[in-house]
Design a protein around this ligand. Structure first.
Ligand code: PMT
Length: 400
């Protein structure tokens, strides 16, 4: 079950007799290489102590949204970002109702709203509660979000009833959790991604650059790692934390990015150019700060190498995926770049829309290739990156 190796599982435990099985579940997830952090509702703590789950997980257990000490160690938003999967086991009928209605009235429901990670729940309750119309409506609503529903199993229950509502066993839950990462389509594949802007020096204190924040490229790096790839992220100057398990190479300008890319792609199978590389640089960067004067000033610019075109021109070229940042004629300009740069795919985004593209947390794109196109509607860059990596890995698998 390699899929869980190095994965971050945020285990939510809610109130029910099956909460005792959370202890075993932590062990099974860890056996398969996952790191586990636990969040407990107040009701869960009536069935099993936070101390037990802390000792087993090796991490402090989070119990309260408004706990300054816990927030200082790892705030709830950081926890939500940390997770590769949120698994709630057991999930009570009450928790499912709150999750289905989008409540954020305790730490666990707040995390579920704040996370970009997939969410899975393992219901556990009395058979009559499980069969109740309200519960079934909540299940249907959760499935459509989508939340993965693990179980429940049929059988004898703690209350003496027999029927559906038993939580699945720990090993079954670990297996289902592993299947959430089934897009191991990039297992053993090396991916090189560029991100962020480049800075082209005018003098020691001034430069030409653009508004790229690096968020799109970093999200792609994270999604590629989650799909099993080993990732080299070559980034211009950005203020972003390196996703876990990603090798980061920092560069300043287009020439440095070009050199780093040409070196890194020698052994890679997929190259994704999400960086906004400056097309031009000053012919010469002044060695000392240029003094202000009242005269007009002219800076002569020369073209930078086209990094992605050079990658695509390599004899043993990787699957080469570009981005097109356009303010108008999206399809026409993107297709022209696809052809001119000899790319396999190009992902076009409309950077005239301030809610997407440069420096925003969201994006909306259309992927173009020689024989077709596919539009992916607006969502967070994290979600979009997962969809893009799936499309790219489908294309890669089809060709290999
Ligand atoms: O970083 P964010 O704030 O999250 O914003 C994301 C983004 C808008 C920067 C990203 O989604 C994006 O569109 N990146 C490409 C921006 C761009 O420079 O597009 P372009 O149309 O100028 O370039 C086309 C392709 O050629 C790109 O893959 C680019 O990386 C590549 N290129 C361009 C010039 C050059 N000298 N070398 C290149 O490799």
């Amino acid at each position: 079950m390699q899929q869980l190796n190095n994965k971050h599982i945020l285990l939510g435990v809610t109130g029910g007799i099956a909460a005792y099985k959370a202890a075993e579940l932590i062990r099974r997830l860890q056996d398969h290489g996952a790191e586990v952090r636990v969040v407990m509702t107040p009701a869960a703590q009536e069935f099993i102590t936070p101390l037990t789950l802390q000792a087993l997980s090796g991490n402090p257990v989070h119990t309260n949204l408004l706990d300054p000490a816990a927030e200082a160690a790892m705030g709830h938003i950081e926890l939500a970002r940390w997770a590769d999967l949120v698994l709630v086991a057991p999930a009570s009928a009450n928790f499912m109702a709150r999750l289905a209605s989008g409540r954020a009235d305790d730490l666990l429901t707040t995390l579920c709203l704040a996370t970009d990670a997939p969410i899975a729940i393992a219901p556990a309750m009395n058979q009559a509660m499980w069969r109740d119309t309200n519960t079934q409506q909540n299940i249907a609503a959760l499935k459509s979000k989508p939340v993965a529903i693990f179980g429940p199993a049929d059988g004898s229950q703690a209350c003496g009833d027999i029927g559906p509502g038993r939580m699945l066993e720990a090993e079954q839950l670990a297996e289902l959790a592993a299947q959430q990462f089934e897009s191991q389509a990039l297992d053993g594949v090396k991916v090189v991604i560029t991100a962020g802007p480049t800075r082209e020096a005018i003098d020691p204190v001034r430069y030409i650059s653009n508004h790229s924040s690096g968020k799109m490229g970093f999200a792609l790096a994270e999604a590629a790692v989650q799909a099993g790839a080993s990732v080299i992220l070559i980034t211009g100057p950005v203020a972003l934390t390196t996703p876990e398990r990603v090798e980061r190479i920092e560069v300043e300008n287009a020439l440095e990015m070009h050199a780093a890319v040409m070196d890194a792609i020698k052994t890679c199978q997929i190259f994704i150019g999400a960086a906004a590389v400056a097309d031009y640089r000053p012919v010469e960067a002044a060695a000392k700060k240029i003094k202000k004067s009242s005269d007009n000033m002219t800076i002569e610019l020369i073209p930078n190498p086209d990094i992605i075109a050079d990658v695509a021109a390599c004899e043993d070229k990787p699957l080469t995926v570009g981005f097109a940042a356009e303010t108008d004629n999206l399809a026409e300009y993107a297709r022209a770049k696809l052809e001119k740069k000899k790319l396999d795919l190009i992902i076009a985004n409309d950077v005239s829309n301030p809610s997407i593209g440069f420096n925003s947390d969201e994006n909306a794109v259309t992927i173009y290739w020689a024989a077709g196109e596919k539009t992916i509607p607006q969502s967070t860059k994290a979600k979009l990156a997962r969809q893009l990596i799936e499309e790219i890995s489908n294309r890669y698998s089809a060709e290999n």
